[in-house]
Design a binder for this molecule. Structure first.
Ligand code: ADP
Ligand code: MG
Length: 237
């Protein structure tokens, strides 16, 4: 059974209090699985950045997030950690199929965030795949895509699989991530994103991160988020 929204269940202790995590500044103070804590330690991550401090307690509660913080502020861990923790808490396994889809604007950025996912997710047993356009391997991807738990993709390639891959199944999707949403929209992927979101199950958590808050990001947020937490982190003067 699914964990109720509005509570963080510590996967190790079963602790369900929320407020005690709201002021956490270090990763080890958060109610994370040992596997994720080990992955963070392996990556050398100890102190959270401001966007991570502000968003992780909400995201770990299952809330939708509209997060804005400038480039370099650490937005990747603000969604990679909640994705891993959600699937861990749901005891996601090989037969459960696609549990999370992470959409990134470009192949380069998708590749970079895939590396972060591999580092932090190293001690979990989830399968993850990088689905990015411009590769010849679309046919071999089609055979594997339903066996993957976490898809990291560019919008065009994801929609291609949704349209062309027989039995492509994301009906059990738990967490959708829209990373660098302003750049996705700048590149001209608005229609592609709308087509993707319209085909996804409505009962899911959605985490949307962006460097800037533009009108088109707000339009996308209206379409894809449910009762989100608005988190905007600015540099102190
Ligand atoms: P953004 O997506 O906001 O541009 P990234 O997630 O790419 O930022 O992170 C920028 C850099 O900061 C990366 O090199 C990343 O490894 C590093 N970083 C992120 N979070 C932390 C942290 N909590 N502690 C130390 N370094 C971090
Ligand atoms: Mg980023």
């Amino acid at each position: 059974s699914k964990s109720p929204i509005g509570r963080i269940v510590d996967p190790e202790s079963g602790d369900v209090s929320f407020s005690r995590y709201a002021g956490a500044r270090k990763f080890y103070e958060l109610p994370l699985s040992k596997r994720t804590k080990n992955g963070l330690e392996g990556g050398g991550f100890k102190k959270m950045t401001d966007i991570q401090v502000a968003s992780l307690p909400h995201a770990l509660c299952g809330r939708d997030i509209l997060g804005a913080a400038k480039t370099g502020s650490g937005k990747t861990l603000a969604f990679v950690i909640p994705v891993l923790e959600k699937l861990h808490r749901e005891r996601w396994g090989p037969e459960d199929g696609v549990g999370s889809i992470i959409i990134s604007p470009t192949r380069e950025l998708a590749g970079q965030l895939f590396d972060v996912l591999k580092t932090v997710g190293k001690h979990h047993n989830f399968s993850a795949g990088l689905l990015i356009g411009g590769r010849k391997e679309v046919d071999s991807e089609k055979e594997r895509v339903n066996e993957l738990n976490i898809l990291v993709c560019t919008p065009g390639r994801l929609l291609q699989h949704m349209d062309e891959t027989p039995n492509f199944d994301c009906s059990q999707l738990q967490v959708l991530v829209l990373d660098e949403a302003d750049r996705i929209l700048d590149i001209g992927f608005k229609k592609t994103l709308n087509a993707i979101v319209s085909q996804l199950p409505k009962h899911r958590q959605t985490l949307l991160f962006s460097a800037t808050q533009t009108k088109s990001v707000q339009d996308l947020a209206r379409l894809s988020l449910k009762d989100p937490e608005y988190i905007s982190v600015h540099e102190k003067a």
